[in-house]
Design a protein around this ligand. Structure first.
Ligand code: SF4
Length: 475
């Protein structure tokens, strides 16, 4: 059995408690609604253009399942090819090991500042915190990540980490936190905000000697890494510094470039509602005289092998982090990403985080309940991850409070015997008889503990005065 993961994938507050706090923020809900509806409408238009969308989805799922089936073999193939191309490949079992590898590599360069291009994997392992503790300043270069970093906040969305801010709020963050920003030209117009960020980052791009990146895909056949992005900031990070360290989850592998082509069709349409993403950067090891001359790749497990061991749960590792499931989720739209307590929010976070960490970790056991099971996430997922099926699987296999286990055992005993079941119902009706006389609505607003959890968000109906069998016998 493989080990579980750690880092920023462990929720520290139960989802219901965190969601209650987030529901008290009307501005957040409005920001989320506007942003998610805009992206999902674009996605629907672009997906409708392709007659073969369903075949593409099926191909994406099939390729990823094939990768998971022969993961150890493909990892070896990737390592061999990347090493032959001049990269140094490291393997990290968990977040702590990955952070230690990256920190040591940066220390060896003697630098105290690193550029970062948006990477879920480095957020997952809490790399920024580890670098800061080692006296190294990480500088986020993706615009949305930069906003979140300047605000001292955490991301709320996989693709649009600052989705919970509107532009007036972003202008305030820049005015307060961006060193040397020109307040006379800083308005809340998107071009003015982009210009302020560009000026802030330009100097960093020109002077930084070390960058840390993630990767959207890793091609086993050639040992290549692939980053797709919209701003071009990523490409600056990937090409200008002398040392490039990439942290890559082991599930990011694709066998070859033909398979990669399928995902380059699926990803932009599903994530930003575009036919093609503006920047795709592919690099294989080191090219003398061009780009970084020291290239390190850290292949990250952090619980992925444990997820792969579960025949039902392993489909979560097909995820290409497009965030389409977040943008259609009625729960995410109302509470935002922070309620999930993990770098992976929304429907994919509700299944991936508890699997990576094991459901007993922190408050992760509450995440599979953060869903209405409406199925919109499954319809939107470009690699056909059956998220509702997995949510139910995790609810069935996850840890339950001792009281709930005892209650379910007792209920099972009663329901196994028709005689016991009839007499239990009779007792319940007698106990509820006085309430039926005084309660005209026939519903209770609040039940006493431990049943109060049920009535926290719904009424409880009173048992009827007679069973159906009695009613039928009286006709
Ligand atoms: S689960 Fe599917 S829809 Fe959600 S982020 Fe992953 S690939 Fe995209």
């Amino acid at each position: 059995m493989s080990g579980h993961g750690d880092g920023h994938i462990v929720a520290h507050r139960p989802f219901p408690a965190a969601a209650t706090v987030e529901l008290g923020k009307p501005q957040l809900r409005e920001n989320l609604r506007n942003a998610t509806h805009t992206i999902r409408d674009k996605r629907l238009r672009l997906v409708a253009e392709r007659d073969d969308w369903e075949e593409l989805r099926a191909s994406g799922a099939r390729i990823k399942d094939g990768v998971l089936a022969r993961l150890p073999e493909l990892l070896d193939q990737f390592t061999e090819a990347a090493t032959a191309a001049g990269a140094v490949v490291h393997r990290a079992a968990d977040a702590e090991q990955a952070c230690a590898i990256v920190t040591d590599l940066v220390r060896a360069t003697g630098e105290t500042e690193v550029l970062k291009v948006k990477s879920m994997a480095t957020q997952e392992i809490a790399l920024n915190e580890a670098l800061t503790a080692a006296g190294i300043e990480p500088v986020e270069t993706d615009l949305a990540e930069l906003i979140v970093q300047l605000a001292g906040d955490t991301p709320s969305h996989i693709l649009v980490p600052a989705i919970h801010y509107n532009r007036a709020q972003i202008r305030d963050i820049f005015a307060r936190q961006m060193p040397g920003v020109d307040l006379s030209t800083l308005t809340d117009d998107p071009p003015a905000l982009a210009e302020a960020a560009r000026r802030h980052l330009r100097q960093k791009f020109l002077t930084a000697r070390v960058a840390v990146s993630g990767a959207n895909f890793a091609v086993a056949e050639t040992g290549s890494l692939v980053v797709v992005e919209s701003e071009g900031n990523g490409r600056m990070c990937l090409t200008l510094p002398e040392t490039l360290i990439s942290v890559v989850g082991i599930e990011k592998l694709v066998p070859n470039f033909q398979d990669l082509a399928v995902f380059l069709e699926l990803l932009p349409r599903s994530s930003t509602g575009e036919r093609m993403n503006p920047y795709t950067t592919v690099w294989s090891g080191v090219t003398p005289g061009d780009g970084p001359q020291q290239v390190h790749i850290v292949l990250l497990d952090n619980g992925r092998s444990a997820v792969r061991d579960d025949p039902v749960g392993r489909q979560a590792l097909r995820c290409i982090r497009c965030s389409a499931c977040l943008n259609v989720c009625p729960v995410y739209e109302r509470v935002g990403g922070h309620a999930y307590g993990s770098v992976y929010p929304g429907p994919i976070g509700a299944i991936l985080s508890p699997q990576l960490t094991g459901q007993a970790a922190g408050a992760n056991r509450t995440l599979p309940y953060a869903s209405t099971l409406c199925g919109a996430c499954f319809d939107a997922c470009p690699v056909r991850i059956n998220i509702p099926e997995l949510l139910i699987h995790l609810r069935q296999t996850g840890p339950k409070p001792a009281g709930e286990r005892a209650a379910m055992r007792a209920a099972a005993q009663v329901m196994r015997s028709p005689r016991r079941y009839r007499s239990a119902l009779r007792s319940l009706r007698w106990a509820a008889a006085p309430l039926r006389w005084t309660n005209r609505r026939g519903r209770l607003r609040r039940l006493p503990w431990p049943l109060s959890g049920w009535t926290a968000s719904r009424d409880a109906p009173l048992p009827p005065g007679a069973s159906f069998r009695q009613w039928w016998a009286d006709r």
